[in-house]
Design a protein around this ligand. Structure first.
Ligand SMILES: Nc1ncnc2c1ncn2[C@@H]1O[C@H](COP(=O)(O)OP(=O)(O)OP(=O)(O)O)[C@@H](O)[C@H]1O
Ligand SMILES: [Mg+2]
Length: 493
């Protein structure tokens, strides 16, 4: 037995001084570096074992009941120090009993322990080495497990932080991994949808036509496609990968509904602006010959003519006047006229517009409700604002004439102090607008009226004037109930 016996500290419990001396001597002979601690009784011994690391315990087994209690106690307290009992010669049965109770080994009390101690210590050393190795292996496994667990958590945190939808599917279209956003789309947690076929979540019985999973399809993997699913436009990208030696595909889905809407709007505005340029050019070209037609017809009408010729000439004149109005509308639409702005009260502008039209309104038995709030003066072009109010008023009248209800048109104004906006609402109880045509009503030349009644420019002109003013106009309508146009005008400081 050498210094490297691994028994650095030994505890002697309840051992009389003569025995203790001979045991210490034996220790000195085989492993002089071992520190010997002594406890006079079992209680003190247990206290030491509880607080300090001890490699071996030697207990005098002279009172076997005390010895057995000690062995039971260390078992209960989960103290792992190997206990060696010291028994009288001839009382080996007590030793066997002690071993049954958990003692590690025994020594026979005699004049010296020189011969037997080294063997006992060697056994303790090799057993504790084995235990240590098992413990180390256990620790290593725990460490590895923690590392894997942590990296898994870290990975999940990262993909959960991505607000786009991310999921990985296998050859059978089952979800292998996913992030919170994608699971949340179906009101679930990622763990709830793992190994579920992704298309079932979308309420389908088979995969979408854009979905590819195998590597062979890599060439046809579309990269990025835009698809509409349940009314939402998604930009879907896919990346084929190998997962656990199997083919898998990472999918990301981005909600691009708003971007798509803005893109469409820009495209539409672009179209409108080229239409505006074209319109103004054509309108100018038509204006001159039209002035000629009107002038000459007027001259011809002044001469003395038979009734039939006069009737035809009047028709020419009326049609030319109507053309002129259309041309004027087209010019306003393309906003070739520059706005003349001055501080105005929108209540007064609306009132003046209604007044100019009142006679006609009375004859059609339409009730006008003036619901004006206190509004600040704002810089607007009076003529243009009158035109907006008039266009909305005429549209409302027309919508009412399509029903047999008693007509009611309300002009309501409010000042939203917090937003610094004047909000004008023009509502009627007319025929209303069908949902499928509602998105088109501000389009130039869009009309549902007969050819010689509407040009489809009224609302696009109103839209142009209001947006040039920095405001907004929108319509809310329910077919059969009525329509409301809401104008928001900013109060510029
Ligand atoms: N208050 C309303 N109620 C129901 N439908 C409306 C109302 N206002 C507008 N519309 C619908 O929107 C369409 C476009 O209106 P807009 O004022 O631009 O053109 P229009 O009235 O048809 O022709 P124009 O005003 O050039 O004489 C109308 O044809 C009508 O179908
Ligand atoms: Mg109109």
């Amino acid at each position: 037995m050498t210094k490297q016996s691994g028994i650095q500290r030994a505890l002697l419990i309840n051992i009389n001084s003569a025995d203790s001396r001979s045991l210490e001597k034996a220790f000195l002979a085989c492993c002089p570096a071992t520190e010997i601690i002594k406890a006079p009784g079992v209680r003190q011994g247990l206290d030491i074992l509880q607080q300090e690391k001890v490699d071996a315990v030697f207990i005098d087994y002279v009172l076997s009941v005390t010895g057995i209690n000690f062995l039971k106690e260390i078992k209960q307290r989960r103290i792992h120090a190997p206990a060696v009992v010291i028994v009288e010669k001839g009382k080996e049965l007590e030793a066997a009993e002690a071993i049954k109770e958990g003692a590690y080994d025994y020594l026979i009390r005699d004049a010296g322990y020189k011969d037997s101690l080294p063997g006992v210590l060697e056994r303790i050393r090799s057993t504790s080495k084995m235990i240590r190795e098992t413990e180390e292996e256990q620790e290593r496994r725990e460490l590895l497990f923690n590392q894997i667990y942590k990296s898994q958590k870290w990975w999940q945190h990262i993909i959960d932080a991505i607000k786009d939808y991310v999921f990985v599917i296998d050859n059978n279209y089952r979800i292998l991994r996913t992030n919170k956003a994608f699971a949340g789309l179906f009101g679930k947690e990622p763990a709830d949808i793992i190994m579920k076929p992704y298309y079932e979540l979308f309420g389908l019985h088979e995969p979408h036509e854009w979905c590819v999973v195998s590597k062979e399809k890599e060439k046809v993997c579309p990269g990025s496609v835009e698809r509409k699913l349940s009314g939402i436009v998604y930009l879907i990208s896919c990346f084929p990968i190998s997962y656990d030696q199997h083919d898998a595909v990472v999918y990301t889905m981005k909600d691009v509904t708003e971007t798509r809407r803005l893109k469409d709007q820009i495209y539409h505005l672009d179209k409108l602006s080229s239409l505006g340029t074209l319109t103004s050019g054509v309108a100018h070209e038509i204006n001159n010959p039209l002035t000629g037609i009107i002038g000459y017809t007027e001259m011809l009408l002044m001469d003395d003519r038979d009734e039939t010729t006069k009737k035809y000439l009047r028709n020419v004149y009326d049609s030319a006047i109507r053309c002129k109005k259309i041309v004027e509308n087209m010019l306003t639409f393309s906003r070739q006229t520059t706005a003349q702005k001055s501080p105005e009260n929108v209540n007064e502008i609306i009132d003046k517009t209604i007044e100019l039209h009142e006679y006609w309104l009375k004859s059609t038995n339409i009730e006008i409700i003036r619901n004006y709030g206190v509004v600040p003066y704002i810089d607007v072009d009076r003529q243009q604002m009158q035109q907006v109010a008039l266009n909305l008023l005429i549209n409302a009248e027309h919508a009412i004439s399509e029903t047999d209800k008693r007509g009611r048109i309300e002009f309501k104004t409010v000042y939203d102090k917090a937003a610094k906006n004047i909000v004008i609402t023009v509502s009627d109880n007319g025929a209303g607008i069908a949902p499928e045509i509602l998105p088109r009503i501000f389009d130039p030349f869009f009309t549902t009226k007969p050819v010689n009644i509407g040009t489809g420019l009224g609302l696009s002109i109103a839209h142009g004037i209001i947006t040039e003013q920095g405001g907004a106009i929108e319509a809310k309508s329910e077919a059969g109930t009525g329509t409301a146009f809401i104008i928001t005008l900013p109060k510029n400081d």
